[in-house]
Design a protein around this ligand. Sequence first.
Ligand SMILES: [Zn+2]
Length: 282
Amino acid sequence: MKFLMIGAHQDDNEFRLGGITEKLVKNGHQVRFLSMCNGCGGHHILTPEETVKTRAAESANVAKLLGIEYDVWTDSDDCALVADLETRRRLIRYIRNYNPDVVITHRVNDYHADHRAAGQLVQDASYMLVVPHECPDAPAMREMPVILYNEDHFKQPLFTADIVIDVDEQIDTKLKIADLNVCQVYEWLPYTHGEVVPEDKKERFEWLAGMDPHKWISDEEVMKLKRGYAVRYAKTAARFRKELIERYGEEKGSKVRYAEAFEISEYGKQPTKELLDKIFSF
Ligand SMILES: [Zn+2]
């Protein structure tokens, strides 16, 4: 099957989907990431042009690590993505040409205007994918893909965890992905949060994780921790413990430490349980 992960920015896909991506690739599926923006806004010292180049190089490293295809719309600046007709048609053509079975993107109430626009553009494109007279230069799909949303923490309305996947075996990969995004996780994001990053490489990686990634701690302890990428992925498992137990049974579900969660969009093909089991056969 073919999976198209559509993020507004490079790190959106990389941080939210790294675990299932590794699993999907291992299971013989084809995965492509699209970043609808070029990343130019994500630095406080580098120029926008330098930031685009740096982020492209870092994302190429992630693509290599995961064994995936990776596209960036290099002419589309950060903080300027809008759900207009021209961009919708660009996306319709883009999705049709790849012809994915599954698309994963942002919900439309995420915090960043680019995230909301990306989610809106996917929603607006979804039905048009099968309408032949719309963008006739790109052959219409015969079937809409299944569309899923990444987890977020916004409450109006609240994210529904329709699918929660155990990514315990992928935690090292997930941390490595974050570590490869040097200009984001060690420079830009700490700058915006007023955080000081340790200079020593080993210490800075521990700081990045925020907890010992291979030592079990309870949900209560996880929820007390404030920052770090292992903490972030552990919080998803803690937040959706009930769903993990439903999916994997009490014994395994209560022991999963890291997870990724997805909501089914009403605008894509509505998957049966059989299809979902085929998509997430792990
Ligand atoms: Zn983003």
